[in-house]
Design a protein around this ligand. Sequence first.
Ligand SMILES: Cc1cc2nc3c(=O)[nH]c(=O)nc-3n(C[C@H](O)[C@H](O)[C@H](O)COP(=O)(O)OP(=O)(O)OC[C@H]3O[C@@H](n4cnc5c(N)ncnc54)[C@H](O)[C@@H]3O)c2cc1C
Length: 438
Amino acid sequence: MIDGGPTVTDETTEEPREAAQVRAEVRGWLTEAWDPDLTVRAWWRVLGESGWGFPTWPRDWHGRGLAPEVAGVVRDELRRAGALGPPAGLGQGLAAPTLIAHATEEQKRWWLPPLATGTEAWCQLFSEPGSGSDLASLQTRAVRDGDEWIVNGQKVWTSGARQAVRGMLLARTDVDAPKHRGITYFIIDVDQPGVEIRPLKQMNGAASFNEVFFTDARVPHANMVGEASNGWAVALTTLAYERAGIGGGMMGAATPGEKAGFLDRRAGEVAAGVGGEAEMGSMMAAFTGGSRLLRSAAEAMGATADPVVRQGIARIHALNEATRLTGDRAVAAIRSGGRPGPEGSTGKLAAAVNLHATRDVGMSILGAHGMLVGDDAPLGGEVQNVALSAHAISIAGGTNEVQRNIIGERVLGLPKEPQVDREVPFRELRVGTQRRDG
Ligand SMILES: Cc1cc2nc3c(=O)[nH]c(=O)nc-3n(C[C@H](O)[C@H](O)[C@H](O)COP(=O)(O)OP(=O)(O)OC[C@H]3O[C@@H](n4cnc5c(N)ncnc54)[C@H](O)[C@@H]3O)c2cc1C
């Protein structure tokens, strides 16, 4: 327990009593409910409707209203039972908590059920060719047209856009206001004629990202989350969950939605590990279990007795453990503060630094074999895949440098970076491809 006051523990397990009770309840429920022969669609429906899929969500919205550190036991029990975890996507991890915090009751009724039961995948339409770290400089425009808004512009690095049916869209709706004050947050249907999605091929061979072009795309006014031109406040919630999620290993079970191809497969087969992390490759596995991967690499290379290799693996293990514990502290902070704070930046930065270190130790264990890929490579090329994918985490969800800025300002109390453009009307700025004359 983090709130202060004595921790009441269960005598048999020495676990806080609330967690022990939840563990017993979910374990009993899983004995009845988990059936590996169900389709993923049917299982996610059962799981979503039970509230155990997203136990931190409110009871009224497919959750159980549990504190995050208590909810952790639900994941443990799902793993213990060999059951498939809840749908894991940006809609579930980022959009849903944002909607819970900012959407109207009617919007929650439209959007939370398909996210909870995994029938929909969503994407995050924030970054643009000229706007990543300086996200508030985004140029995609939305102009009101009766009950709709018309959207024109371009997004980039949109993960999972081809699997998604909807996206969290940030668009500029007031060019006369300073850059942070003229942005609106919408939920847009991406399956429409005005939206073109083009995949981007990565150096690890996957194509997880896309460019998304809007040409007179339409979004109903009713799909606006929060107030017009006040979307920055809503976006900050999404970004905070993104940082905390990446630092805490957000990726989990299979990708939701009709297009990802998991819904009609046997839940038991998907739970056994096939395809759950297909898009992100083995990077996420290394991210949470880097020292295990390195140990396998050392065994494959007959290097387990090498003192330098042993030292490298022990170092990664220690770093990952420290990061995990820091993540627990961030979770505790979410509990006392309600929403993730700058602690997420520490965890995210540490996860990125650790993954780069894992890459370096892994490649040094492989030596010349590190130049091989696929079946010719030790462990089927898993270490090489990590090496080629590791850059993603130090950029996604805010670069390492940006996390350091956040930690400097909000954790260490250092002065803010000078921002000369904060009060200047957006149309007068030179950002992205915009010229000063608009
Ligand atoms: C794996 C992955 C998944 C992603 N998925 C999505 C997604 O689904 N949706 C989405 O909208 N975006 C997504 N992104 C985009 C991501 O959010 C941006 O790439 C990121 O915010 C950085 O922006 P940028 O690429 O424009 O780099 P820039 O902002 O142009 O940065 C370039 C360099 O300048 C440094 N820099 C910039 N500003 C500062 C500063 N103030 N102080 C110090 N250094 C600075 C940066 O650290 C970096 O090294 C994804 C990116 C990756 C890698």
